[in-house]
Design a protein around this ligand. Structure first.
Ligand code: PAZ
Length: 325
C-alpha cells in the first residue's frame, strides 16, 4: 500500500472508531438543556452576531475524566488532575475580557474559589451564639466575599458558563457539542484543553452491567484506546478556532518531543508542555514560531497569569492574520 492510501485508510479507521464511540456512549442526561444554554451563551457573547457587545469566547477544559468499569458504575479509573490550572486560567481569561465556557470535572477546583479550604463549608462557617444562625469566620471573610462576588458577577453578566462532566463519555460528548456550536465564531473562538483526558477506556457495549465480582479471582480487563478527538476538532468540529492542547509527562526527556509531535499531528496553534511535579512553577509553550518557557514570577503567585497574557497576545495576532486571508 502506498503512503497516501495508508494515511487514507488510517483516517477512515479513525472515523469509524469515533463514530462507534459516540454511537455506543450512554446519551447525556441533560443534552437539551446543555445545548440550549450553549446556544444562548454563544449568541449573547458572539462578536460575529453584531449586537455590539461581542467578546472572544474560550472553552477551558479542566480536571480529569473517569473511566467507568461497570455500566451501573461502582468502580472507575481516575487521574490526578485537581482542576487548579483550568480554574486559575478561567479567572485570567475573564479578566482579559473573554467569555468562558468552563467545561470541568464535577467536584474539582472552581474559579475564584482557589483560596478557600477544601472543606470550605465546615471551615469557613461557624454557628452564632444560640445556634440560631451561621456566619462566616472572620479569617475567611475576605476570601468568601471575593469568591461570591466574582462568581455572581460573571454569571450575571453572562460571561461564564459552567458545564460539568465526570466520565470520558460525558466529556467527549459535551466537547463535541461545544466545538460544533463554537464553529460559527471562526477565529474568535478558542479551545484551551487543560483537562487530563483518559487515553484508555472500556467501550460501553463490552462493559459489565453489574458490579464486577471478586469471587472469580484476579481481574483481567482489556482497555481500548480513546479515539484521537483532536483530529476531529481540527478537521470537522471547529477547524478555524485557535486551539491549544496540553501535554503532561513525568519523564522530562520525552516531554518536548511529545509536545512537538502533538503540535504537528493535531495541527494545534500551541501546545503547553508541563511536567507533573513542576506544573505550578513553569510550563513550556510550543508553537510553530518556537518554544517559550513561562515561569511563575516572585511577585505573582500563578504561572497562569503570564501564560494567559501570552496566549491572548497570540490569539490577537491569529485573528488579525485570519482577517487578511
Ligand atoms: O488540574 P491540575 O491543575 O492539577 O493539572 C493541570 C494539568 C497537568 C492536568 C494540565 O496542565 C495538563 O497538562 N493537561 C493535559 C494532561 C494530558 O497530557 O493529558
Amino acid at each position: 500500500m502506498d503512503s497516501a492510501k495508508g494515511s487514507q485508510a488510517q483516517c477512515e479507521s479513525l472515523h469509524t472508531d469515533i463514530e462507534s464511540f459516540f454511537q455506543t456512549a450512554p446519551p447525556l442526561k441533560d443534552h437539551f438543556d446543555t445545548s440550549r444554554k450553549l446556544r444562548e451563551f454563544i449568541q449573547q457573547n458572539s462578536p460575529t452576531t453584531g449586537n455590539g457587545i461581542g467578546r472572544r469566547i474560550v472553552c477551558v477544559t479542566s480536571g480529569g475524566t473517569t473511566v467507568p468499569l461497570e455500566q451501573r458504575c461502582v468502580r472507575y479509573i481516575d487521574n490526578f488532575s485537581s482542576g487548579h490550572r483550568g480554574a486559575a486560567s478561567t479567572e485570567y481569561f475573564l479578566k482579559a475580557g473573554y467569555a468562558v465556557i468552563f467545561l470541568h470535572r464535577r467536584g474539582t477546583c472552581q474559579p475564584y474559589c482557589r483560596s478557600l479550604p477544601e472543606d470550605s463549608l465546615l471551615e469557613c462557617l461557624e454557628l452564632k451564639e444560640g445556634e440560631s444562625s451561621i456566619q462566616v469566620r472572620e479569617s475567611y471573610s475576605e476570601d468568601v466575599k471575593g469568591a461570591i462576588r466574582h462568581n455572581h458577577e460573571a454569571i450575571k453578566e453572562g460571561i461564564l458558563l459552567k458545564l460539568p462532566f465526570t466520565s470520558i463519555f460525558e466529556y467527549l460528548q459535551i466537547l463535541r457539542m461545544v466545538a460544533t456550536s463554537m464553529n460559527s465564531l471562526g477565529p474568535y473562538g478558542m479551545f484551551y484543553l487543560a483537562a487530563a483526558v483518559s487515553d484508555f477506556y472500556v467501550p460501553w457495549e463490552t462493559m459489565a452491567e453489574h458490579k464486577i465480582q471478586s469471587a472469580s479471582g484476579p481481574l483481567d480487563m482489556r482497555l481500548a484506546q480513546v479515539p484521537k478527538m483532536l483530529i476531529m476538532m481540527r478537521k470537522e468540529w471547529a477547524p478555524v478556532a485557535f486551539c491549544i492542547s496540553f501535554k503532561l509527562e513525568t519523564d522530562t526527556n520525552i516531554l518536548l518531543e511529545k509536545a512537538d509531535m502533538a503540535l504537528k499531528k493535531y495541527k494545534m496553534n500551541m501546545v503547553v508542555a508541563n511536567e507533573l511535579s513542576t506544573r505550578k512553577e513553569e510550563v513550556i509553550v510550543v508553537a510553530n514560531s518556537g518554544r517559550i518557557t513561562v515561569r511563575r514570577d516572585k511577585t505573582n503567585s500563578d504561572v497562569e497569569n503570564p501564560l494567559i497574557k501570552l496566549i491572548v497576545d497570540r490569539h490577537s495576532t491569529y485573528i488579525e492574520e485570519s482577517a487578511k486571508n
